[in-house]
Design a protein around this ligand. Structure first.
Ligand SMILES: NC(=O)c1ccc[n+]([C@@H]2O[C@H](COP(=O)([O-])OP(=O)(O)OC[C@H]3O[C@@H](n4cnc5c(N)ncnc54)[C@H](OP(=O)(O)O)[C@@H]3O)[C@@H](O)[C@H]2O)c1
Length: 248
């Protein structure tokens, strides 16, 4: 996949991994559109970069997505890359009852169902382009769940499964390539409650994504995700213990 002269939509592009990716793409001659729920936060982020347009939209709300898609079709008909990066996570323990359903509902809607809806609505536009890509951001916890973020882990496992099916469906029948970015713990606002300061920098994730795109490396195991994946293949139980800090 080329990494210049694209028009790229990044959900959750106003902070963290999404922002660092927007920064690299904008520096490399791409047009970038960043999405989030807070227009002033997005404007601040876009103001630091070149060729970046900020559009406020909540990807979990159908009417806001419809408005966004109409806007994109009208003003960015050349859109050829969709990066589904926005997500929601709630730290909680299933040992304490109460609230798990509501948290799971929000995470499944934002992290899984909203991704499917956006792809559904933008695939016709992406398919018109000479070269196009969908990049779904899942996580190392798609391979083995972290019990402190149980329903988030399940939402990322669902996204991982769906992404494999999507890739199989589009390979050979479409010009749209399907990538999955699987970061380990990353130091962002998102991971503050789960020790994110021990994680890698979001810029390192963005660098790895750009390298992988150039090489058409479709399932991108960033940093420690590669080690966890190897462990998972040899012993899913050991991988589960490792991700929960019960094994070195
Ligand atoms: N940090 C980690 O340790 C880690 C590890 C593995 C995978 N990941 C994944 O990496 C991706 C980016 O996370 P991050 O760590 O960079 O966190 P982040 O900085 O908090 O980024 C998440 C972004 O998503 C946006 N967002 C959330 N809900 C939204 C919605 N309903 N509609 C539109 N935008 C929404 C947020 O903006 P607003 O709140 O302003 O809307 C925010 O800009 C996520 O998919 C996450 O699951 C993170």
């Amino acid at each position: 996949m080329k990494t210049t002269n694209n028009t790229i939509l990044i959900t959750g592009g106003g902070s963290g991994i999404g922002f660092e990716t927007a920064k690299r793409f904008s520096e490399q001659g791409n047009e970038v559109i960043i999405i989030g729920r807070n227009q002033s936060k997005l404007d601040k982020a876009a103001g630091q970069l070149k060729n970046v347009t900020a559009i406020a939209a909540d990807i979990s709300k159908e009417e806001e997505v419809q408005r966004l898609v109409l806007h994109l079709k009208k003003d960015f008909p050349q859109l050829n890359v969709l990066m589904n990066n926005a997500a929601s996570a709630s730290v909680h323990t299933l040992a304490v009852t109460g609230g798990a359903y509501a948290m799971a509902q929000e995470e499944i809607v934002t992290n899984y169902l909203s991704v499917i809806r956006l792809i559904d609505q933008l695939l016709p536009l992406l398919s018109l382009q000479p070269e196009a890509a969908i990049i779904n951001v899942s996580s190392v916890v798609a391979f083995a769940p972290a019990q402190s973020i149980p329903t988030y882990s399940a939402s990322k496992a669902a996204l991982h499964s769906y992404t494999k099916s999507l890739r199989m469906a589009l390979t050979g029948t479409s010009k749209v390539k399907v990538f999955e970015l699987m970061p380990p713990l990353v130091d962002t606002e998102f991971s503050k409650e789960i020790g994110g300061h021990n994680g890698i920098a979001p810029g390192a994730v963005a660098d790895e994504l750009l390298s992988a795109l150039k090489e058409d490396r479709f399932e991108i195991h960033v940093g420690q995700t590669a080690d966890l994946y190897k462990l998972y293949l040899s012993s899913p139980e050991e991988a589960l213990l490792a991700i929960n800090g019960a094994r070195a």
